[in-house]
Design a protein around this ligand. Structure first.
Ligand code: SF4
Length: 96
């Protein structure tokens, strides 16, 4: 029953200089799940504004999608398990 057994990847979180734009699709997804208000402001439980700002500059080289993926996108991904010491623990299941 351990999550650890399920985890397939530990993906390093990288930082870019620029704030990355959140796509329309991701916005809709975040709003649907209550993680963003109508004004487009992110509201993640237990995440400070400072941390949020940093999160917007982060991305991972996603081993499933095989492309750079915004951390925010990764955070809401069904494969996302947790974030520990600058790494994402990722289940690694195929994404549609
Ligand atoms: S959690 Fe999702 S987006 Fe993040 S690395 Fe894994 S498959 Fe990619």
């Amino acid at each position: 029953m351990s999550d650890e057994l399920e985890r397939k990847y530990e993906v390093e979180i990288q930082t870019s200089e620029d704030k990355q734009k959140i796509s329309k699709e991701l916005k809709a997804e975040l709003q649907d799940s209550g993680m963003m208000d109508e004004k487009g402001k992110l509201k993640l439980k237990g995440v400070s504004p400072k941390m949020l700002k940093r999160m917007k500059q982060e991305y991972v080289d996603c081993p499933v999608l095989k492309e750079n993926t915004q951390f925010i996108q990764c955070f809401v991904c069904p494969n996302f398990q947790s974030r520990v010491m600058g790494k994402v623990f990722c289940k690694g299941d195929p994404l549609k």
